[in-house]
Design a protein around this ligand. Sequence first.
Ligand SMILES: *Cc1c(COP(=O)(O)O)cnc(C)c1O
Length: 373
Amino acid sequence: MHSLSTFLPPERTLMGPGPSDVHPRILNAMARPTLGHLDPLFIELMDETKKLLQYAFKTDNALTMPLSAPGSAGMEACFVNLLEPGDKVLVCINGVFGMRMVENAERCGAHVFTVNNTWGEQTDLNEVEAVLKANPDIKALAFVHAETSTGVRNEAKLLCELAQRYDCLTIVDAVTSLGGIELDVDGWNIDAIYSGSQKCLSCVPGISPVSFSDRAVHVIQNRKTKVQSWFLDMNLIVGYWGQGTKRAYHHTAPVNSMYAMYEALLILKEEGLENAWARHANGHAKLAQGLESLGLKLTVDSAYRLPQLNVVKIPEGIDDASVRKQLLQDYNLEIGAGLGEHAGKVWRIGLMGYACKPRNIDHCLAALKEVLK
Ligand SMILES: *Cc1c(COP(=O)(O)O)cnc(C)c1O
């Protein structure tokens, strides 16, 4: 890169934990003329985007919208809106993002219970039930559906059933699951859910779709204290994203990024949710077979592996950083490093959204074969 000249990034193949390759239709959408953020045409686009998001989440929740901030803000929005100081919450931890949920809950002044399971394993439903049973006043159960740090799928449907049985709300991280694996917000009775734009939706980073059930909305509207974050207070955001044509300024939406979000959701709708899930499953099967034939081992049990995020053990004697550097320099290929306690021990190969296609899988396998020689 040279200073004081236009930045022209190379075309990489993004097969890490996100961002994933952005669909060219989405990049084109972003390059269109910027409208005023209260322009009636932009408001129409906001309404259409909400409908498409309801489709993607499988929900009729009226409070469904993309927040103008990354997935981490979606996480924070769910916690700050549902929790008040002194509330009890149970957080399931089996990777980095569960730990972040604890950070968020603590900063809300909540009393946080945790169920800790080994990284690479699923959250243990019996342990969750034991805590819920012993503490009937727990207000919410929070967990990560697709733990991007470990490649593990947690049993979202069963965890939500437990939460219902013990009468608590659910807060679900679907940043990596939305568009990649089965997710059914209404069918599973999820109360608060957030996702991200740059994983299986293949959109540019910086947008976080969220959805809240009527039960969650009731809780938010009947808080004793103000939501600690002004920007993420859903009571205020609805004035901008809410129903009807009357919209009030809250913040300036990233207009062009919202064109991108709309296009990403449109592409998902055109493909069909179930077809997108099947494409990820097929891509995973092809990649896993290829990795195994190179002598590489996937670390997560096939029963609860994420097809969109494949965790591979780094073979003995191989230097993590130099392999990733060579893949990037010589093959324009990005794969992910291990996170937290997995740093240096594994690679994370993403097959997210538009990046999940045979050409990428072949490119990745061929490059790894050369570099590992
Ligand atoms: C990526 C990710 C996030 C954070 O999203 P950002 O857009 O990076 O803020 C949260 N949870 C999970 C499971 C993720 O994979």
